[in-house]
Design a binder for this molecule. Structure first.
Ligand code: NDP
Length: 330
């Protein structure tokens, strides 16, 4: 047996976690030979609900689930964590702008990053899901100076999955034939699903779907606005598909990326090969050798249209960073 992996989860009584925790415990994410311990962070609001979650996990008799620890103090819950899945955040109310969320959620991430810096494993990896996830992750990086900045991720895998689905439908192919799809930028409506470098059946998308107008004016906004469209239908944000995409994100880091393919994750831009502002968390195409680490792929083609879109998202992230300057030390 491998050494037990300690996975801390925040917002553990929320909708996304309600799907994700069971996927983690089943072994389908980290492997069927990887024992795990779940360290769940709640609050006074969620104390009872969290105990309910723990009861359901116990009753599922997962052989790989060695321990479930609950708590409301991040300094205790994050102790020795190998992974921190930071899902909890105040949800955006109707008509509420992302910018209004920045300050409230920024404070949560500042506190949690400080706690991780104190007590987590020195190679702890963090995945921020709670929105606005890119800037929350940036706050995390600056408030956890003893943890590697490159270990912070913000989730854009759901956007990648949505883009793959739309390309497959348009091309009349199954989604497994759609590869090398990158999401660039912010997990917001300025995100850029990259059709230029994406492939269907190994052929570049613009050579398969020849309708440039559809690619630029329909596909791009459809992917970027999919989250909002789903909230209108469901009355709540995506939960099951988000949990699936978190599982996909984690699996991508522990599986060697096939040659010519990539996965999307928003990571720290220091030293990035695309000339982007070096102090942002920006989604880029990455690959992994399968050991939990990644590298940014440096040879994606960027044309004028894509460059202009990237700059829009970069600009939005700079503005977000300005709004949370008081939460970023030094
Ligand atoms: P829920 O509302 O179901 O759960 C959110 C949890 O956040 C709550 O259980 C609560 O847990 C915690 N929380 C922390 N601070 C507050 C606060 N001030 N007010 C209320 N709750 C708070 O949300 P979901 O699980 O559906 O979504 C979680 C986050 O993920 C959201 O920020 C959402 O926008 C984001 N998201 C990101 C996606 C992505 O692709 N990056 C996709 C979909 C969602 P507790 O009381 O225990 O702290």
């Amino acid at each position: 047996w491998k050494k037990t992996m300690k996975i801390a989860v925040t917002g553990a009584a929320g909708q996304i976690s309600n799907h994700l925790l069971f996927m983690l415990a089943s072994g389908e994410v980290f492997g069927r030979d990887q024992p795990i311990a779940l360290q769940l962070l709640g609050s006074d609001r969620s104390r009872e609900a969290l105990e309910g979650v723990a009861m359901e996990l116990e009753d599922s008799l997962y052989p790989l689930l060695r321990e479930v620890k609950l708590g409301i103090d991040p300094l205790k819950v994050f102790e020795d964590a190998d992974w921190a899945l930071l899902i909890g955040a105040k949800p955006r109310g109707p008509g509420m702008e992302r910018s209004a969320l920045l300050d409230i959620n920024g404070q949560i991430f500042q506190e949690q990053a400080r706690a991780l810096n104190e007590v987590a494993s020195r190679d702890c990896k963090m995945l921020v899901v709670g929105n606005p996830c890119n800037t929350n992750a940036l706050i995390g990086i600056h408030n956890a100076p003893d943890l590697p900045a490159r270990n912070w991720h913000a989730l854009t895998r759901l956007d990648e999955n949505r883009a793959k689905c739309q390309l497959a439908i348009k091309a009349g192919k199954f989604y497994t034939s759609v590869t090398n799809v990158a999401i660039w930028g912010n997990h917001s409506t300025t995100q850029v699903p990259d059709f230029l470098n994406a492939k269907i059946g190994g052929v570049r998308v613009p050579n398969v779907i020849r309708d440039q107008q559809w690619l630029k004016e329909e596909f791009t906004p459809k992917v970027a606005n999919r989250g909002g469209a789903l909230i209108k239908k469901w009355g709540r944000s995506s939960a099951a598909s988000t949990a699936v995409s978190i599982a996909d994100h984690l699996r991508s880091l522990y599986t060697p990326t096939p040659t010519g393919d990539c996965f999307s994750t928003a990571v720290y831009t220091a030293g990035n090969p695309y000339g982007l502002d070096e102090d942002l968390v920006f989604s880029m195409p990455c690959r992994s050798t399968g050991d939990g680490n990644y590298e940014v792929i440096n040879d994606f083609v960027i044309d004028d249209w894509l460059r202009a879109k990237l700059e829009e998202s970069e600009q939005e992230l700079r503005k977000e960073r300005d709004c949370v300057g008081h939460l970023i030390p030094g």
